[in-house]
Ligand binder design. Structure first.
Ligand SMILES: Cc1cc2nc3c(=O)[nH]c(=O)nc-3n(C[C@H](O)[C@H](O)[C@H](O)COP(=O)(O)OP(=O)(O)OC[C@H]3O[C@@H](n4cnc5c(N)ncnc54)[C@H](O)[C@@H]3O)c2cc1C
Length: 422
């Protein structure tokens, strides 16, 4: 569902997408990376030279191993299966036939259902089952046992609801985070499951991988177009490695509290889903740190954010010139964005005099092209007249610009030098 959307959007930006290509070998050289790729259809091998290599090659990542990057965490926890099935569950679920997760934990089973919206199927995860004390070896579960597990976990007769197995996948519930997300020569980056693997409890694995990509993409774009120093790329590891650790531990806590409850496993305090999804903060990296204590906090409540560098720009509803409602987050595209909550701010002029394009907007009740119809920006963003927020292309606040009487151009240029690391 998600990949076709990604592919379509990538194509609109001119990305070349090739399938059936296997990276057989790569080597970092002084001015880039040599990569040998085999086409799995023709078996033809091609040599590429690239400035940087991003490896999203999954939890068994050959790249992570080649770079000798270790990973740590609670470890391998269970050999599980997902039974992907079709069944008519509507008569049993009624109005609850919506997309959702139901955990199962009893003397015989641990696992859970994840149902598709509409109640016509989904998958059943089984991590532990009676008679299967060591878990599930690949290809060891057949239709009959899958039906029995479905019946035991749901209490529904498989025949009666038209239960049919689509396929069964075998996977290890594991929790690890890589010690480094970048090679020693800083030209190879790992992301997604190659960098962190976590239990599906909480649905954070894929999301954390997308956040890795979001973090690195603009940095590489700025470096390749000579807008920023290659030192900027070091902030990928600086920011994302602790973020991966945070998500991995939160996913593990959910597993312990909901599935492996009572097994004596120690875990970190479970934080609300919203905090995990939108509240993680970078405490150092591509930003101008503030003197405030809040800078040191690695997460915040998205409903009451600190609005400090390293945190996500809080959402504010706006109205455009056509009267359409949009979020302030929609204004963050490919450029840095500068927001003020007073008109005629010198920061707006300063943003036009930098070496990069900055989208600058005053957000007040009468501003154009976007207006703050309920006057909430000032309060939500904790901005006073004369101040400004500088936001990165990934929606992270880079700097809180203070009120000044003069020197705005140079102060903004200096802030960008700090963000870009030289
Ligand atoms: C049961 C289950 C439920 C989940 N539910 C959620 C959820 O609700 N929300 C969520 O966010 N996450 C969820 N996850 C986690 C999510 O599926 C993974 O985190 C995500 O798919 C990882 O994506 P990835 O691209 O990093 O790695 P992968 O999906 O493993 O992809 C890696 C790709 O790299 C390719 N590859 C490997 N080596 C090479 C090579 N040398 N050359 C070329 N290609 C190579 C592989 O063929 C593969 O296609 C769930 C996981 C499981 C098991």
């Amino acid at each position: 569902m998600f990949e076709p959307l990604l592919r379509k959007n990538a194509a609109t930006f001119g990305a070349q997408q090739k399938f059936g290509q296997v990276v057989e070998w790569y080597e970092e050289v002084d001015d880039g990376v040599i990569v040998i790729v085999r086409d799995t259809q023709t078996q033809k091998v091609k040599k590429y030279k690239t400035k940087y290599l991003i490896a999203a090659d999954g939890n068994r990542s050959a790249t992570r191993r080649k770079e000798n990057i270790q990973w740590h965490g609670p470890g391998n926890l269970a050999n599980s299966i997902s039974i992907n099935f079709k069944a008519d569950l509507v008569p049993y679920l009624g109005t609850r036939a919506v997309h959702g997760v139901t955990y199962i934990m009893n003397a015989d089973f641990t696992g859970g259902f994840r149902l598709d919206a509409g109640g016509k199927g989904g998958f059943l995860i089984v991590s532990k089952a009676k008679g299967r004390e060591t878990g599930f070896e690949p290809d060891s579960v057949f239709e009959k046992e899958a039906r029995e597990m479905f019946e035991a976990c749901s209490g529904i007769d498989a025949e009666e609801c038209g239960f049919e197995v689509d396929f069964i996948s075998y996977w290890t519930v594991a929790a690890y985070n890589a010690d480094e997300y970048t090679s020693k020569d800083a030209k190879v980056f790992i992301m997604g499951d190659a960098a962190h693997v976590m239990p599906p409890s909480g649905g954070m694995g894929g999301n954390t991988g997308v956040a890795d990509a979001y973090n690195l993409a603009w940095k590489i774009a700025y470096v390749l177009s000579n807008k920023a120093s290659p030192n900027l790329l070091k902030t990928y590891n600086q920011e994302r490695q602790p973020a991966g650790d945070f998500s991995m531990h939160q996913a593990f806590s959910r597993l312990v509290n909901r599935v492996f409850h009572g097994k004596g496993l120690e875990c970190e305090k479970e934080l609300p889903d919203l905090v995990c999804e939108l509240g993680y903060r970078y405490t150092s990296g591509a930003m101008v740190p503030s003197d405030e204590n809040d800078m040191e906090r690695s997460y915040e409540n998205p409903h009451d954010p600190y609005v400090m560098p390293g945190g996500r720009l809080p959402h504010v509803w706006l109205i455009d010139v056509d009267g359409e409602k949009l979020s302030s987050l929609d204004l963050v595209k490919r450029n840095f964005v500068l927001f003020t909550t007073d008109s005629g701010s010198p920061w707006l002029q300063a943003s036009e005099k930098q070496g990069i394009s900055i989208d600058a907007y005053p957000i007040i009740s009468s501003s154009q092209p976007y207006l703050d119809f309920d006057s909430s920006a000032k309060k939500v963003w904790k901005l006073k007249d004369g101040e400004a927020l500088l936001v990165r292309p990934d929606g992270i606040i880079a700097w809180r610009a203070p009120k000044m009487t003069s020197g705005h151009d140079e102060e903004l240029a200096q802030a960008l030098r700090i963000v870009f690391k030289g």
